[in-house]
Design a protein around this ligand. Sequence first.
Ligand SMILES: O=C(O)CCC(=O)C(=O)O
Length: 267
Amino acid sequence: MAFAAGATNPLRDDDVARYEADGYLLLRKLFDEEETQLLQQIARADRRLQENVSDRVDASGQSMKLRVVGELSDDDIFSAIVRSRRVADTAERLLGEEVYHWHYKVIQKDAREGGAWEWHQDYGYWYNDACLKPTLLSCSIAIDRATRENGCLQVLRGSHHCGRVDHQQTGKQTGADPRRVAVMQEHFPLEYVELEPGDALFFHGNLMHRSDANRSEQPRWSLICCYNTRSNSPFTESRHPFYTPLERWADERVAELGRAQLAALRE
Ligand SMILES: O=C(O)CCC(=O)C(=O)O
């Protein structure tokens, strides 16, 4: 569905039902052209994204860079997007409960270099962060166009209904039990989620997903904002934060802050 930028509630009545049935919801043009261009330019210019970057090496030895951020700040477009009503309120509506920031990450799949992700569920990892329930969600926002050629996200539609699957080390990544994934592939349709810059995919913590290596000349970067629900705060210390209220910002702050950040980066 196309979304008129500026509105705070991009959901239609049947969107929540579709999310519950499929395990994901695609919102086209969640960010308008100016916001998307700011996001693209800032992502390339902001050197903080290159600090503490993790390398995930796939089975073929190719690596993908990602920067995971736990703390929100007052002066960057990424934090403004995490706090925006457009994303946070949508996450809340889909999860049916107050949400808080879990982390965000910038996936940096460079041209011809970005490696693959094995089949996994995000809750396959987050279960080990002391969350009792899979009531977490990710929102993947395309910074660059995502296509089959540059390794867009692939999902098994409806697979979140299977519940959490055991995860194990597969090569240098942690992936879902391959025997179970093979059977799931027979039961749930594989969808390649091709996105234009500014499109957003909200997906369930138990949705089985992966992505291919980037063998194209086009980079594929994306911003993934992850939320947990208030009642699902970790029951003990983990790598992730306990519940803390998420301050919400008006949607307009994304462009306002983006303009200021880009100007500062260019000084
Ligand atoms: O965007 C991708 O290529 C994969 C990201 C992913 O699987 C994740 O963040 O859990």
